[in-house]
Design a protein around this ligand. Structure first.
Ligand code: FES
Length: 114
């Protein structure tokens, strides 16, 4: 968890593309908010890292590439990386998702929730 400096256009640098392998999730902290950055092939997603069911980190769960979902390891709810909605119980509330921008090899997120 590394607090990163703010960049232009409201985007915040989080990591280099090569810092994550496809199918990997990793936690970053931006402006005090824990965010899971997930890579699936050349696509990157940013999702709130705390499960909406209880306080466990989604970045420690499994990534399902085909479904574009991440699983909470504690009780098994999966969340869409697209809109943050839970796909199965016990979680019933979505987690926030954030915008991602790639500039060269740099991965940025915006704290504007999408
Ligand atoms: S803590 Fe995530 S599903 Fe229960």
């Amino acid at each position: 968890m590394v607090e990163r400096k703010e960049r232009s256009k409201g985007m915040h640098f989080v990591c280099k593309r090569e810092d994550l392998k496809s199918g990997e999730a990793r936690q970053f902290q931006v402006k005090g908010v824990k965010i899971a950055i997930v890579r699936i092939d050349d696509d990157f997603y940013a999702i709130g890292d705390i499960c909406s069911h209880a306080k466990y980190y989604l970045s420690e769960g499994e990534v399902y590439k085909e479904e574009r979902e991440i699983e909470c390891w504690k009780h098994g709810s999966t969340f869409s990386l697209i809109d943050g909605k839970p796909q199965c119980l016990p979680a019933t509330k979505p987690v926030p998702v954030f915008g991602v921008a790639i500039e060269g090899d740099d991965v940025f997120v915006t704290m504007e929730r999408s």
